[in-house]
Design a protein around this ligand. Sequence first.
Ligand code: TUI
Length: 316
Amino acid sequence: MNKEMRLDKRLGIKYPIIQGGMANIADGAFAAAVSNAGGLGLIATGGLSVERLEEEIDKCRSLTKNPFGVNLMLMHPQASEIADLLAAKKVEVITTGAGNPSRFMDMWKEAGSLVMPVVPSASIAKRLADRGADYIIAEGTESGGHVGEMTTMALIPQVVDAVDIPVIAAGGIADVRQLLAAFCLGAAGVQVGTCLLASKECPIHDNYKQAVLDARDNDTIVTGRIAGTPVRILKNTMAREYVKKEREGADKMELEQYTLGSLRKAVFDGDTENGSLMAGQVSGQIREIKTIAEILADLYEERFGILEQMKSFLDA
Ligand code: TUI
């Protein structure tokens, strides 16, 4: 692979690691903490007004000299206004999720931003690469939050083969083994979210962090697979009720009762039974709270030991 394509080389940052969007969680201070630790921090727009977002961008700029970005959640009711703001503020990196960002891409590129849509399939990746994306972030269904159907293992090589631009792997990556596996699949970098929930700097309620630490491999569930918007969260009372009602054929309005404001309940109130605790399948391998700097170093600096073990594959 062309080295310049690698995320860390392209951006001049320490690690080829980008932080996932994380609505209602990743504010300016958190994104700056990730960027200061050597990754690419992102401010999440989900749950923020345009005015609050502008404040968070200014705050992030005041807290770090390193590159950072903004993730535009395209289901945001003010997505167009936010898109304009990102161009006006000349945000260095723009990632998008939960929809098609085509209508904004020319404007962002003219503003000099690097555009990195998050996608769940090779066909959508190809469409957005042809439209002028700089990187594709291909996200497997192992992720927390809004997910597609494809697993990271099956998705990444197919996206790499479908596009001529570098691909960042997301979904199911929380330690160095998974990071190296993503590079073996052809990725130019990785995106992580769940492992950063268990950081000292993460502003979520302690109950949410504890729930991630307590989770075992099979403790996430996808709500909304039938009703429309699939979202992976930790199993709790709300999730079980939701999926039960969904199976019984409840309509969207009835289901919304369970989800309305539920992410905020988890993040701010620490309500682990009725809140929506978005988290990925890697929750089961996360055992302790660390600093962001420790999490990123553990993800990357340990790679030599694993590669040493892999050398047996080079033997005749
Ligand atoms: O967007 C995410 N993850 C998210 S967004 C979010 S906030 C939210 N909360 C409740 C309900 C819905 C959203 C929490 N987690 N990941 C990236 C992602 N993008 N996953 C799937 C997609 C996606 C889906 C369809 C991207 C493009 C797309 O294109 C559709 C089209 O027609 O082009």
